[in-house]
Design a binder for this molecule. Structure first.
Ligand code: SAH
Ligand code: SF4
Ligand code: F3S
Length: 469
């Protein structure tokens, strides 16, 4: 697909530049921490602010509004926000000295978890807004400009997605050929280590019609690959166009019908919600990429029980067997926590064993971080930091080896690659493999948005090098 043609024919681009010429637009700087859902939310907040006259900037010092979209998942993630706020406070003072305003807003999961405490710790902050109320951002800002400090963390009764404006088509085109689309939010699982059920609330699924309409708009703007997002994306369910109750598997089939959408993914899923239909979609739906992020957290049943994961290591392995039977070339990715309270060396070895059995193509692993308000934080037998460090190193060495072996196993094979963007080096373009690795090709191999057949010639640290097949 030729994106330049779309850009030229787009009526939005003309009207936007006309508006920009008439009045100096206010500028917003958005910084995003945490998961893909925050990335999606930051875009939607940017869209809501665009409708309110703000244009996005990459330069903090130029911003009339600085918005931090925060993550509360581990202590380090949450603390980062406060050090960043210290830096921004100084910029705010510098701007104030020359008579220019800089509003500071905190959104995301730290906002939801800490609320007014953020303004107490960082008085330069003007507004705190939780993830369920982003559609109210323009109203909140109007009140802030009137001199109020605002903390907006009540769960809204109305559906925020109904009220969030869609981006202009020209803006969507700029965002590239891959996109996120949140279909489900919140979590009812209450793993004992995790803050998400408290920061994002209970599980809510977006309606089918809303999702299909958004996916169609994305496809119309040249998007070729959509990743459906949810904290428990495979718990998504809704009333389908046929009046029947649909699960994620059925939704994926529906989205695959949209012209232009060639690739679908979903993340993050919980092992307990992998139903038969979703596994069948991996067998029967070519657009569904053969890559699955399915966190297990630990390989020890004792620890899994203490984590309230409500599955055993054996359940997880049996599930993977069914998924692999459905789709032989599926690559797996996972999340792991080491040093959960009470984890012994034998428990940790069980995790290492599970990893050896599964053979992951990629994975994320973390040291357990006690989070205020979660049951895990109050459990006995916390693991010393040095032991956590040492276990994490062993686990990561094993996972890295598996990831590299997976890359090496592809050398010499021919695969499909979606060309995504120009490469960092001149003469190159970067694509995406079915398994999410960056694929470096010659820039003449195809246009952005094309899906081309390439032969893998060698591997990089995390990427593949390829030539046109
Ligand atoms: N909903 C997803 C994951 C959400 S959080 C799921 O159920 O898998 C992403 C990852 O962060 C989790 O999978 C877990 O591995 C990690 N994590 C969550 N809370 C943590 C904590 N308190 N300490 C360390 N890692 C944590
Ligand atoms: Fe957190 Fe568990 Fe819910 Fe995932 S399933 S978001 S880890 S509580
Ligand atoms: Fe972090 Fe909230 Fe996502 S805690 S991981 S930003 S859901």
């Amino acid at each position: 697909m030729d994106l330049n043609t779309i850009e030229r024919n787009d009526p939005d681009s003309a009207s936007q530049s006309a508006a920009a010429a008439s009045a100096p637009a206010k500028k917003v700087f958005v910084k995003t921490y945490g998961c893909q859902m925050n990335v999606y939310d930051s875009q939607r907040m940017t869209d809501a602010l665009a409708a309110d006259g703000y244009t996005a900037t990459d330069v903090i010092a130029d911003a009339d509004l600085v918005l931090l979209n925060t993550c509360h998942i581990r202590e380090k993630a949450a603390e980062k926000v406060y050090s960043e706020l210290g830096r921004i406070r100084d910029m705010k003072a510098e701007r104030a000295a020359v008579g220019r305003e800089m509003l500071i807003g905190v959104a995301g999961c730290v906002a939801q978890a800490e609320g007014a405490e953020i303004i107490r710790r960082s008085p330069a902050v003007d507004l705190v807004i939780g993830p369920q109320t982003y559609h109210r951002l323009p109203d909140v800002l109007a009140r802030v400009r009137g001199g109020e400090k605002i903390v907006e963390t009540e769960y809204a009764i109305e559906d925020k997605f109904e009220h969030l404006p869609q981006p202009k088509r020209a803006e969507m085109i700029k965002r590239g050929v891959t996109a996120f689309l949140t279909v489900q939010e919140g979590c009812d699982k209450f793993c004992t280590f995790c803050v998400v059920p408290y920061t994002r609330g209970s599980e809510v699924s977006r309606p089918v019609a809303q999702i299909v309409a958004e996916a169609e708009r994305l496809a119309d703007a040249g998007v070729r690959e959509v990743t459906l997002l949810g904290q428990n994306v495979n718990a998504w369910h809704g009333k389908g166009e046929d009046g029947m109750e649909w699960g994620l598997g059925r939704l994926l089939f529906r989205l695959a019908e949209i012209p232009g959408l060639a690739r679908l993914r979903y993340t993050t899923s919980h092992p307990r919600d992998m139903d038969h239909e979703l596994i069948a979609a991996h067998r029967d739906l070519p657009a569904l990429m053969p890559y699955l992020h399915l966190p297990v957290q630990s390989g020890s049943d004792r620890i899994l029980k203490a984590m309230n994961r409500r599955h055993t290591a054996k359940d997880y392995l049996a599930l993977l067997e069914r998924i692999r039977a459905a789709r032989g070339d599926i690559a797996l990715s996972g999340d792991f926590i080491v040093g959960f309270p009470g984890e012994t060396e034998a428990d940790f070895e069980a995790t290492m064993d599970l990893v050896r059995q599964v053979n992951y193509a990629s994975a994320f692993s973390f040291k357990y971080s006690p989070r205020p308000g979660t049951p895990g934080a109050d459990m006995p037998d916390h693991v010393p930091e040095a032991v956590k460090d040492e276990r994490l190193q062993r686990l990561q060495a094993l996972l890295l080896k598996q990831q590299q072996d997976f890359g090496l196993s592809l050398v010499g094979s021919t695969i499909d690659t979606l060309i995504e963007k120009p490469g960092r080096q001149a003469g190159q373009k970067v694509g995406r493999s079915p398994w999410l690795q960056p694929v470096i090709v010659d820039e003449k191999a195809g246009e952005i948005g094309d899906i081309i057949r390439v032969r893998i010639t060698k591997t990089g640290y995390n990427s593949l090098f390829a030539e046109l097949a």
